[in-house]
Ligand binder design. Structure first.
Ligand code: ADP
Ligand code: MG
Length: 271
């Protein structure tokens, strides 16, 4: 990581009593939390708990049924808010375009959104590549990048928009432990170098522990816990315990229905 600091004005995010259903399915049922400017906030929760749905509200792709998502007090669902406060997202799989070089991947959004002229864009590309120790990688294709480099290019691309708020969706899923540790370092370093606000959605406890001072646990449509990672680990709350120490009950009807392998298994009596 280079020492070239790019200090951005970080933003505050408030989620107030956010509710969202899809048809009959209630996904978010009154979610409340706040993210302070410049902090790295970890939003945890089991698979399917609505973490990505929540992120989509913050970037303005989904509108709440009720409640509010505010960026610096402004409605995150309004285009105007995103013109004023830039939010970028690093998707789970990086979402790089495989037929485009690193340079083309990085230039795509600024070109499309006409955020700057070509000279400024090239300067910015040079800056983000240097920030992420990717100097000289401009002409490489995604297939020529290692897993760690791909992650860094995905972050570099998000930084091209000069965001004040950076969202990461499951940044360490499907990574080996070494790469996961490198990604944790990357997230911390980007935060320190740019000063932006980060929200990291993850079910990786180690990641949350390493990068953030505050975590929230989303469960059954609500924030079941908020506090430090150490407080999370020490909590005896049943919702927290169920998340930290999940047990698989093969008698649960959902396993019996969905899995033909498990379905025929009955308790046998050995004589
Ligand atoms: P996760 O916490 O794993 O990121 P998601 O936020 O992706 O979970 O999804 C939460 C729930 O909302 C899931 O049950 C999912 O099927 C449902 N869901 C998400 N988006 C939609 C949609 N556009 N239409 C219907 N259901 C959706
Ligand atoms: Mg998700």
């Amino acid at each position: 990581m280079s020492s070239s600091k790019v200090q951005l004005k970080p933003v505050r995010v408030d989620v107030e009593n956010l509710k969202k259903s899809f048809g009959e399915k209630v996904v978010l049922d009154g979610v409340n939390f706040s993210v302070e400017p410049g902090e790295i906030f970890a939003l945890m929760g089991p698979s399917g708990s609505g973490k990505s749905v929540l992120l989509r509200h913050i970037i303005g792709l989904l509108q709440p049924d009720s409640g509010k998502v505010l960026i610096e007090g402004c409605d995150a669902g309004a285009e105007e808010t995103h013109r004023r406060y830039v939010t970028s997202i690093v998707f789970q799989d990086g979402a790089l375009f495989n037929s485009m070089s690193v340079y083309e991947n990085l230039s795509l959004y600024p070109m499309e959104h006409h955020t700057c002229d070509k000279k400024t864009m090239n300067e910015r590309i040079e800056m983000v590549l240097s920030l992420l120790s990717l100097q000289g990688a401009e002409n490489l294709m995604p297939s020529e990048l290692s897993g760690g480099m791909k992650k860094r290019v995905a972050v570099a691309r998000a930084l091209m928009m000069q965001p004040q708020l950076l969202l990461y969706d499951e940044p360490t899923s499907e990574l080996d432990p070494e790469l996961a540790a490198a990604t944790a370092e990357l997230i911390s370093a980007v935060s320190a170098e740019t000063g932006l606000t980060s929200i990291v959605v993850t079910h990786d406890r180690e990641l949350a522990h390493n990068i953030s001072r505050r975590v929230a646990l989303l469960r059954d449509g609500k924030v079941a816990f908020q506090g430090t990672p150490a407080e999370l680990e020490a909590s005896s709350d049943p919702a927290v315990q169920a998340f930290l120490h999940p047990t698989m009950d093969i008698n649960n009807p959902r396993f019996r229905k969905s899995s033909p392998v498990i379905a025929p298994v009955k308790t046998r009596r050995f004589k």
